[in-house]
Design a protein around this ligand. Structure first.
Ligand code: WT7
Length: 636
């Protein structure tokens, strides 16, 4: 299907942008009309950033799965909704048509109902990249249960934290997932988490890796058995639950600058309108496209641009279970050639890591199906941008550099493929409906061009977060209290002489490691939990492939303790958060540089980690200036 809101020329972009600022409500109402609402909204927008209170399409009734699935059956029922490419290149790919997917979603929605899941219940999904993960997500949405997908790389402790925070009584997982040459024992990890979570009533387990798992009677059930039960009940139908536009659709946990990850909440109506709008426009979607987003569904990118955005547009979306370097570094190009991928959306980290393998992996691969390239997740250096454009794009395909966040639901700043201009290293211009501003440290807006500041957004857009689960005050303080009446992104940005934005990176204590968001405080808490550690400070440093690496400075109780090895501390971090949070460098230091009031001077530690030891600024006000020299001497 084609949406009338697709922007097809630079002038149309300008017009749409102007309308979206002059008359935001009219602008979004026109777009929202393209969807199926059981009942139309009473009011397009109600908002204030003080509380914050953000309501889009209030009074509207709908179910997002009717828009993703049912609505398409009459026209594109036989079109592939998902193509699944497995981890290895020998297992057959699987294709799920819209009709097929609709059937399977209803079937599994009935499984959820049989197991007691009701509207508003939270369901934690901990799976690998199998089609059943998307089916589980959509089945939750079908019955109005709130899904919270946890990335398969997180530890048992992280899952337990999320179970507690969301008070989720239901889990969907699988025995083990296959990734590269590893099998991740997902059910085992869930079992470790469940020791702390007696409130969990049901755990539904899909078989994939066929590894042995423990199944507790009454609590754990097999996906396949439950499907059989539904089949024997005879009625394959599962009518969609009628949802209010502002009912929560999902929670996705993400790291911040303090403490535990927070549960970002997205709601049904606004998220639907925004993901579809941004998908169609950024990638300039065409009905014949094969869209391949390499992200994991455990992150927002997978939610918005593997599942919801593409399905809302009636697109064919490719789910890839593997990794770019398995069985070799040509795998992405094999997948592109095999499935005639036309849109490839990946992360700068993946590009940089493939750059290391040179041109050989491209040999003999037919990439002529590609039409649009995209990147997301971190700033892309110009070298990687050019390499991507040259090797994947034959130096002619448009590259979209899409800036957004878990909290924004969809892309906010990006060029529109082939329509608005691109510029290496720049996310370029805001989408219609998005009003970015740059602020200085004193709360003053930086007007005009050729300025750098903290990136904020001054007007709501339908895809924005509504709250952080169970703690609205945290949502307010994190995003809406730094600057009056603005949403603060946590990113710094430069606006060039033409008004184009370049995102320079986080200005808070959040790291971006291989496109994964990790809070320094979270890593410090984990390190500090380790026996014999007095305190620690974690900072980021530039890393050639990962974008940022994790540098940990650690003070030990007894520096001669032979039982304390780097590996032990790494293990603690892996247990408490997951392997993605393991420091790349661990330096044991006698003390941390502190101000007289006892505050750790991170600025100095960051500079040392970056190798800028000559330029540390004034250290005389430190309580312990002598440690700085010692830290520099021991630098890794
Ligand atoms: C942070 C959000 C949005 C999906 C993946 C990450 C950084 C994201 C870009 C980009 C420069 C980017 C920002 C942002 N980021 N896209 N195109 N250029 N930086 O989602 O985990 O919520 O992380 O990723 O720092 O704040 P996330």
């Amino acid at each position: 299907m084609a949406y009338s809101f697709q922007i097809t020329s630079p002038d149309a972009y300008k017009l749409a942008y102007e309308k979206s600022v002059m008359d935001p409500q009219g602008f979004w109402a026109d777009i929202a009309q393209n969807f199926f609402w059981r009942k139309k909204w009473d009011k397009v927008l109600e908002w204030n950033f003080k509380e914050p209170r953000i309501e889009w399409f209030r009074g509207g009734k709908l179910n997002i799965t009717e828009n993703c699935l049912d609505r398409h059956l009459g026209t594109i029922g036989n079109k592939p909704a998902f193509i699944w490419e497995p981890n290895d290149d020998e297992t057959d790919a699987r294709i799920l048509s819209y009709r097929n997917l609709h059937f399977k979603v209803m079937q599994f929605a009935n499984v959820l109902k049989n197991n007691g899941v009701r509207k508003g219940d939270r369901v934690i999904i901990y799976m690998g990249m199998v089609p059943e993960l998307a089916i589980a997500v959509l089945a939750c949405a079908r019955i109005g249960a709130i899904h919270s997908v946890v990335f398969g790389g997180f530890s048992a402790q992280s899952i337990a934290d999320r179970l507690h925070d969301s008070q989720a009584a239901y889990i969907i997982t699988q025995d083990g997932s296959l990734r590269g040459n590893k099998t991740v024992p997902l059910k085992d990890i869930i079992d470790d988490a469940l020791v702390q979570c007696p409130f969990v009533r049901k755990c539904i387990v899909l078989t994939q890796a066929r590894i042995p798992v423990s199944m507790i009677k009454g609590r754990d059930v097999w996906w396949e058995d439950e499907i059989k039960k539904v089949e024997s009940q005879g009625n394959p139908d599962c009518p969609a639950e009628e949802m209010d536009a502002e009912d929560p659709l999902f929670i996705l946990y993400t790291s911040g600058s303090t403490g535990k990850p927070k549960g970002v909440v997205h709601t049904v109506g606004g998220y639907m309108v925004y993901t579809a709008y941004s998908f169609v426009n950024v990638f300039q979607y065409r009905p014949e496209d094969i869209h391949f987003c390499t992200a994991d569904i455990g992150w927002i990118t997978g939610h918005s641009y593997i599942i919801y955005g593409p399905l809302l547009a009636g697109a064919t979306s490719l789910i890839f279970a593997g990794i770019p370097t398995y069985p070799d570094a040509g795998r992405l190009w094999d997948v592109v050639a095999k499935h005639k991928v036309s849109i490839l959306y990946t992360a700068p980290t993946a590009i940089r890591s493939l750059m290391g393998y040179g041109e050989a992996p491209f040999e003999g691969k037919d990439l002529s199906s590609l039409r649009v390239l995209g990147t997301v997740g971190e700033p892309i250096n110009e070298e990687a941008w050019h390499w991507y454009k040259k090797h994947a794009g034959a130096d002619k395909l448009p590259v979209v550099d899409t800036w957004w966040q878990t909290e924004t639901g969809g892309v906010l700043i990006s060029n529109l493929a082939g329509i608005t201009p691109e510029k290496p290293g720049y996310a370029t211009l805001p989408l219609p409906g998005v009003q970015p501003v740059l602020m200085d440290e004193n709360g003053k807006e930086l007007e005009g061009n050729d300025v750098s500041g903290n990136l904020c957004i001054k007007f709501p857009w339908p895809g924005m977060l509504r709250t952080t689960y169970g703690d609205h005050e945290r949502c307010r303080t994190t995003y809406f209290s730094t600057y009056d009446n603005l949403y603060f992104t946590g990113d710094g940005a430069y606006r060039d002489e033409n008004g184009m934005y370049r995102i320079t990176g986080r200005v808070d204590d959040v790291l971006n490691v291989s496109g994964h968001r990790i809070g320094t405080a979270e890593v410090e808490n984990a390190i500090n939990m380790h026996h014999g550690v007095v305190e620690s400070a974690v900072v980021g440093y530039p890393h050639e492939v990962k974008g940022q690496g994790i540098y940990a400075y650690i003070v030990l109780e007894n520096p001669d303790d032979t039982h304390l090895s780097e590996q032990d501390i790494m293990k603690t971090v892996t247990r408490l958060i997951g392997a993605i949070a393991r420091p790349d460098k661990l330096q044991f230091v006698p003390d941390l540089p502190k101000t007289r009031s006892g505050k750790i001077m991170r600025r100095i530690l960051r500079k040392i980690a970056e190798g800028e030891t000559a330029n540390l600024g004034d250290t005389t006000t430190l309580l312990n200036p002598e440690v700085v020299e010692q830290i520099i001497t021991g630098r890794l």
